[in-house]
Design a protein around this ligand. Sequence first.
Ligand code: 5GP
Length: 202
Amino acid sequence: MAGNLFIVAAPSGAGKTTLVRLLLEREPGIRLSISFTTRAPRPGEQDGREYNFVTVDAFQGMISRGEFLEWAEVHGNYYGTSRTWIAGRLDAGDDVLLEIDWQGAQQVRAQFPAAIGVFVLPPSLEELARRLQGRGTDSAEIIARRLAVATAEMRHAGEFDYVIINDRLEQALADLCAVARAARLTLAAQRARHAELFARLF
Ligand code: 5GP
């Protein structure tokens, strides 16, 4: 594969979606994979932009036809990454970013050992609890359950190559950009991007 494959995972409340959006603005060469999901769109979400929203039947059809590079059940809904889109982009030399959970990351790593895994953590469990409280409209029980799920997800940080601590957004973004930038500057990546220059040198 000519392009880099980035996997970014995090528990909810770590600020992953915002970080990824800002990274893609700063590094326009990276393409975001749009996942398929069976969950309902949230207000403001558009089919084909945040996700491809599909029925459970359609999703299961895609599983049986082997159309997913990985798929997982997360918080009671199905999520999956299209196999053909990713392969096409990487072969064309594009860098691709997957914003998926740790279960999907394990499946992708098994098929693309060169994938670069990044895990985003909150600065502390106390801060995560504060962020998960949201607008303060949820019960203490719901918040406690969210925190327990997030803590279980964070135990998988050890399976990733890089860890970003999202305390201050600007610093976390600079760190994430540094990881992406370094991967885009390896000899292999530069050689693929500047084939003509390298052909004249070696
Ligand atoms: P949300 O529904 O809040 O957008 O996402 C819930 C969780 O599902 C997040 O951890 C997100 O990274 C994960 N997720 C989103 N798309 C995929 C996917 O295609 N595959 C997997 N395995 N997880 C995904």
